[in-house]
Design a protein around this ligand. Structure first.
Ligand SMILES: C[S@@+](CC[C@H](N)C(=O)[O-])C[C@H]1O[C@@H](n2cnc3c(N)ncnc32)[C@H](O)[C@@H]1O
Length: 294
């Protein structure tokens, strides 16, 4: 019978206490992803003082709600559903396991999903970027091990030299970007993916517009925005925010797979998955199309 999660965590605690970081990680990876996530959302934990020093403190409930609209157990269930989907599809589309992969979290926020990626890869292989300085400040304040940097809202490049990521994922980011920010980010990310790597993004389908309440400041009806989507394959309603180089880069966005395929021939759509926690947020899996790389 395999040792219980508690027994494994106790060994990891004593390894962390003795400064054996590698041993600590290899034990932490022996608990299930669900147990690992559960443990992380409870940190710091006075029963595990050394692990609490070695692992990131969980973000406050307020930060979790502000960045992701939910918190605690409910949010963990949603995060696990996304990460399990990525874990399942990565080998299917790349022929390799996720373990040990070089991973980039694009629009990482306070590091919600990155935290679970420690279950698969050493912190040195984990990168996260976000253009909101407060996001990266929160990652650093909670002492997330790995590489977390502020990026540009219209990123022509990323703030590091690593450019062969096995996996780039971006949850609830392309559901919010303007046309210009979407084009810039997807074009730039293409230069950072390994030839056999996988990009996972989430998008909103056209049904989104009739399920949501538009900010009155947008002065648009759901039917008008839906018409944009049906005509162009892309629709965007900006939030009330400042501009970046003349563009309000953030709001609510829907886009179609046909639009993605047409606009980005250097990316090949290889699959999609539904998100049980949010049926109107679809996961799209993209591979680098070598034939049409610019
Ligand atoms: C809804 S939050 C999701 C955060 C994180 N991906 C998660 O799921 O926990 C959207 C994130 O996108 C970031 N963001 C905003 N504009 C961006 C841009 N132009 N490029 C990349 N990320 C952006 C925000 O700062 C924010 O952290």
């Amino acid at each position: 019978m395999p040792p219980s999660a508690t027994a494994i965590l106790r060994v990891a605690e004593s390894l962390a206490h003795n400064g054996d970081t590698e041993g600590m990680w290899s034990h932490l990876r022996q608990v299930s992803l669900e147990e690992f996530g559960e443990f992380l959302i409870g940190l710091p934990n006075p029963q595990y003082p050394s692990l609490s020093r070695a692992l990131p403190a969980m973000a406050s409930v307020e930060v979790q709600r502000n960045w992701t609209g939910n918190s605690g157990q409910l949010l963990l269930v949603q995060t696990l559903s996304f990460v399990r989907s990525v874990q399942r599809h990565f080998p299917q589309f790349t022929g390799r396991p996720l373990e040990g992969a070089k991973i980039l979290d694009f629009g990482c926020g306070y590091g919600r999903i990155s935290r679970l990626m420690y279950h698969f890869t050493p912190p040195a292989n984990l990168y996260g970027v976000d253009p909101m300085e407060e996001s990266i400040r929160l990652c650093r304040e909670s002492r997330m091990p790995g590489n977390f940097f502020v990026s540009d809202y219209l990123p022509e490049s990323l703030p590091f030299s690593e450019n062969r990521f096995d996996l780039i994922f971006s949850f609830s980011v392309f559901t919010h970007l303007s046309l210009r920010a979407t084009r810039t980010a997807l074009g730039t990310l293409r230069r950072y993916i390994a030839p056999d790597g996988l990009l996972v993004i989430t998008i909103r389908p056209e049904e989104y517009w009739r399920s949501t309440t538009l900010d009155p400041s947008a002065q648009r009806t759901a039917d008008e925005v839906l018409a944009d989507h049906r005509r162009d394959g892309f629709a965007f309603v900006p939030h009330r925010r400042g501009t970046v180089d003349g563009d309000v880069t953030y709001g609510d966005t829907s886009l179609s797979l046909a639009w993605l395929a047409r606009e980005f021939p250097a990316w090949r759509i290889v699959g999609q998955d539904h998100n049980p926690a949010d049926p109107l947020q679809i996961l799209v899996f993209l591979a680098a199309d070598e034939k049409s790389h610019s």
